[in-house]
Design a protein around this ligand. Structure first.
Ligand SMILES: Nc1ncnc2c1ncn2[C@@H]1O[C@H](COP(=O)(O)OP(=O)(O)OP(=O)(O)O)[C@@H](O)[C@H]1O
Ligand SMILES: [Mg+2]
Length: 480
């Protein structure tokens, strides 16, 4: 019998000396950090706290709390109250800049292949799928949640472990010019743009302008970089031209287009997932994806192209997609017990919504067979940030809903009023002011066998509806 090797303690993520050198800050040495956090509510003992001035809160107010919870040290730009004299403080001029510098130091020391993911929809789902398939091939680090903005990206980089083979970083934006500094900081080897759609129209004059803003992801790449682009998207050429203008000449397209390097040959779109045949640069692959939807198939072709670009094993990655599960609020399914007995199925899409994502979710619901006596039901909250086109884009969902054969549509919010009015009378469920008012109406209408998709922008708080349905079911379940 062989004895297992003695476990090595993982090296610390950061030493005090490294943090002081990276930030140019002043403070005590002699500590190490196992992680980096900007939130005292979720910080784990041993992590480094960075007191960031946010939109609503100033992290300096929470430094004492973070240290009391066992933070190894706190990076601060001004004096903080109620902190023990022995606490490790790192004094810097500006804390967000310090976080960026730590991110830059992480980037400078890593040997990982970095994949940056942006796009109008599907960033997080695609990033999580890359994490899923690459983790089986080597140490992989990916951004948590949707940490994709001017502080989320530096934080994700600062958390990059020393020994990482693949790093997957989400990059997002609401305005032109926001992705450039993220790309300059992360200097990705591979940039994947999932798709370019009419999202955040409020802040853009045209969808072309959105394509240009997404193409800023090439800003920090060198000539050896690889762009992974949606070959079926109307803005493919525009993004490809932007990549070439940055000196990036290797472009991998994905999609159904004949010219795509990662090309969809055919697919069986099932209720529980898809069976796909694809041509991956001349090699035919057949694989299952554990999450349903044509849009997911599209994204996963992008995932395989990015795996290729990052030097991973594409075939192994395709096989790993069989065990993919949807991230929270993005298609997770559950059964809900109904107060009168029986169950309905819930598809929780409460995290996010845009016209493109709504259409994708409607198509998935159309492919879901209800149980005996059941119906296909949508519960929809407002899609935010669409600007003047908002009312029109909400009403404009009606034909897709009609075509998909959805039985009933419940809506809430001022923008969804437009959809409510545009629906066929037979498809019209109730309309409510907000999700809190809608939840009991929907709960009362559900019958055994129903399949219900709950979706809306995060700000529409459709998670309230999901929670209410689950709670009603739990209350109705017989005591154990
Ligand atoms: N290619 C696609 N086409 C249309 N809809 C999509 C596509 N990919 C994902 N979606 C849908 O878009 C929604 C958002 O997905 P996801 O959270 O992955 O996007 P995101 O780009 O990370 O969003 P955020 O901007 O909030 O970070 C989900 O409802 C998802 O099903
Ligand atoms: Mg996201």
């Amino acid at each position: 019998m062989t004895t297992p090797a003695a476990p090595h303690a993982a090296p610390p993520l950061w030493t005090a000396a490294e943090i002081l050198a990276a930030t140019g800050g002043r403070g005590q040495e002699g500590w190490t950090a196992s992680g980096v956090s900007i939130d005292s509510r979720t910080i784990a003992p041993g992590e480094l706290f960075v007191a960031i001035q946010g939109d609503r809160h100033d992290g300096h107010a929470f430094a004492a709390d973070a240290l009391a919870r066992g933070a190894a040290a706190a990076i601060v730009a001004r004096s903080v109250e109620n902190v023990p004299a022995a606490a490790n403080l790192v004094w810097v001029e500006e804390t967000l800049e310090a976080l960026r510098r730590i991110g830059a130091a992480a980037r400078a020391r890593t040997a990982a292949r970095l994949i940056a993911v942006t796009g109008s929809v599907g960033k997080t789902g695609t990033k999580e799928a890359l994490r899923h398939v690459l983790a089986a091939q080597g140490p992989t680090h990916a951004s948590a949640g949707s940490l994709n903005n001017h502080w989320g990206l530096p934080l994700s980089l600062a958390r990059l472990p020393r020994e990482t083979r693949f790093a997957v970083l989400e990059m997002g934006m609401n305005h032109a010019g926001e992705i450039t500094p993220l790309s300059l900081l992360a200097r990705p080897h591979v940039a994947l743009i999932t798709t370019v759609e009419a999202v955040h129209l409020e802040f853009f004059a045209s969808v072309e302008a959105i394509a240009d803003a997404k193409s800023e992801i090439f800003a920090g790449m060198d000539h050896g970089g690889i762009a992974v682009l949606n070959r079926d998207n109307a803005h493919y050429e525009r993004c490809a031209a932007a990549a070439r203008a940055k000196g990036i000449h290797r472009i991998l397209g994905f999609g159904a287009d004949r010219r795509a390097e990662f090309r969809l040959l055919d697919a069986d779109f099932g209720a529980a997932g898809s069976l796909v045949r694809a041509d991956a640069m001349g090699r035919v692959l057949t694989f299952r994806i554990g999450v349903p939807g044509r849009h997911i198939v599209q994204n996963m072709l992008g995932v395989l192209a990015a795996v290729e670009a990052a030097g991973g094993d594409v075939e192994a990655a395709s096989r790993a997609l069989a065990t993919l599960t949807p991230p929270a609020g993005r298609g997770a399914r559950s059964a809900i017990a109904l107060p009168g007995g029986g169950t309905a199925s819930l598809i929780d899409e409460s995290y996010n919504a845009s016209p493109a994502a709504m259409r994708a979710a409607i198509a998935v619901l159309a492919a879901m067979p209800p149980g005996p006596g059941g119906r296909r039901i949508l519960a929809l909250g407002d899609m935010r940030e669409l600007g003047e086109a908002g009312p029109m884009l909400h009403a404009g969902l009606a034909p897709a809903i009609e075509e998909a054969g959805i039985d009933l549509v419940f809506t809430c919010g001022p923008l969804m009023q437009n959809l409510h009015e545009a629906l066929l009378p037979a498809q019209r469920g109730a309309h409510a002011l907000d999700s809190e008012d809608l939840a009991p109406m929907l709960a009362a209408a559900l019958r055994p066998g129903d399949v219900v998709t709950v979706k809306g922008s995060l700000g529409s708080r459709m998670a309230i509806v999901v929670k209410a349905l689950a709670a009603a079911g739990a209350a109705a379940a017989p005591p154990r």
